[in-house]
Design a protein. Structure first.
Length: 191
């Protein structure tokens, strides 16, 4: 975390490339840093391991397999998001101004599903959740982009022990991945 003091009595913290006004004294962050890292790892670890499993499976079927936030890149515009509400993968293609969701790899034109169905490990990692007829609001383009930022910040804690974003809710013992990842959606609903 990087702190800056711009004006007298005004402190900010870098959140990625954005300056955010600090609502706590600087000592608060140092006193809670160890607990914050521990809780972030606890909340995010299973999700991250599932992302890595999907990534490895995508590579096995000929896709890129790069993890980008809460998504795994299959090819140029085809991606899998790991839904934080139920930890199930959703396949989608980004097109100009919209997302197209698929129930299968065959429907996306990437691969015949029989290749996935022949391997238990691929089935475990790549059994897709169907949302084509009823897309939840948290799987919209904007929500996925917002969740990607949160997920990338949590990944940096697990993979590099670097806190890039501070969210007080992580210190809450009852915090869930869903509430932390879908922060933007929840705040918009409350307003």
């Amino acid at each position: 975390m990087v702190f800056l003091t711009i004006k007298i009595f005004t402190s900010t913290i870098l959140d990625g490339g954005t300056l955010l006004k600090v609502e706590h004294p600087r000592d608060y962050f140092m006193e809670n840093l160890e607990a914050y890292v521990m809780m972030a790892k606890k909340v995010y670890r299973d999700y991250y391991l599932q992302l890595k499993s999907i990534s490895a499976a995508v590579r096995r079927i000929g896709g890129a397999g790069d993890i980008s936030g809460c998504t795994v890149v299959v090819d140029d515009n085809l991606k899998i998001i790991l839904d934080p509400t139920d930890m199930r993968p959703v396949l989608y293609r980004a097109v100009t101004g919209d997302l197209i969701y698929y129930e299968s790899f065959r429907a996306s034109g990437f691969l015949d599903d029989k290749y996935v169905l022949q391997d238990r490990q691929l089935v475990a990692a790549l059994t897709l959740k169907s949302v084509t007829w009823d897309v939840p609001p948290h799987l919209s383009r904007k929500s996925i982009r917002d969740m990607n930022h949160v997920s990338e910040a949590l990944q940096s804690i697990i993979s590099q022990d670097v806190v890039r974003r501070w969210d007080d809710r992580i210190l809450d013992m009852d915090a869930t991945l869903e509430t932390i990842m879908m922060k933007a959606d929840k705040e918009e609903e409350e307003e």
